[in-house]
Design a protein around this ligand. Sequence first.
Ligand code: NAP
Length: 340
Amino acid sequence: MERDGYRVCIVGATGVVGREMISVLQERDFPVKDLKLLASERTAGTTLAFKGENLKVQVLQEDSFKGMDIGLFSAGGAVSQKYAPIASEEGCVVIDNTSAFRMDPEVPLVVPEVNPHAIADYNHKGIIANPNCSTIQMVVVLKPIHDVATIRRVVVSTYQSVSGTGKEAIRELEKQTLAIFNHQEVKSEVYPHRIAFNCLPHIDVFSENGYTKEEIKMINETKKIMEDESIGITATTVRVPVFYGHSESVNIETTKKITPDEVRDILSRAPGVIVVDDPKKNEYPLAVYAAGKDETFVGRIREDKSIEKGINMWIVSDNIRKGAALNAVQIAEVLLKHYW
Ligand code: NAP
């Protein structure tokens, strides 16, 4: 029986991702019957607009999920750890943007263009995980190539915008830039070093093996989403003074030889991907053009002549949209269409 809409709540509605979720639900005309906005005491009582209505933000509590159908979570790992099981127990399917459950074998980790079938497993826990932003934009490009030429190894270096850290980091880049222009003291509160006019080879915390957690997430999540543990992946993740849009230099080694033209042809037909690759006209993907768009852009596609079967690419996407809010709403759309 067709339902007349779904009761949706957004946990972390006042954050960078949460606000974008509200916009994406509206833009895509997701069948929302009732939208509940949840955040902390800090912003409770403020209002956010949805479809011409001003909705009041409520404090997240254990009983917030009663009667809810779908919970879009983006308020950090600790909040998800505590509240996602409570929500799913209430029958509210959680689509979680944090890293809390991504590697749980009973939780599907989904990019709708790549592994929508994994959603069929959602019954296990009532929690579906949204991958890390850098991983999402990389796998939408890698999967169609993998299907044709089998990727053996990936070497990725990221150039990630400050919006990936949240609203306080956006403010930090603004404040530092103004301070530098005004010859004032530069304070670093969100990042361990100045981010303005600088690059930090440090995203998330360092682990014992010298990799950061962000790098380890990219490695493990890519294998889980592509359903292939045999792919060798190494990553270096770097924060750069860009507001929106993550860029990635990606080198792949394939089992079957594939030419740059073949890669362009495959990617020009791949869902959610746009090839921008005309270096003679200075045309290649840029964060400033990807910001606010839904697609993942790929260019600088060329042969890696240092190995027998290698390709280099430059991949750019809006980390708040495809990297977070859009991907989460797309998961909800697949859920409604096939499994509800
Ligand atoms: P943000 O801008 O800092 O927003 C954080 C949100 O979480 C705010 O709504 C905040 O509410 C809420 N919150 C924090 N602690 C809370 C608590 N104890 N109870 C209730 N609400 C609480 O961060 P963001 O960039 O939106 O990211 C949020 C989550 O999404 C993080 O886990 C992040 O890793 C993940 N994520 C982010 C991106 C990205 O590109 N930014 C991509 C993928 C995933 P108040 O406003 O009331 O403080």
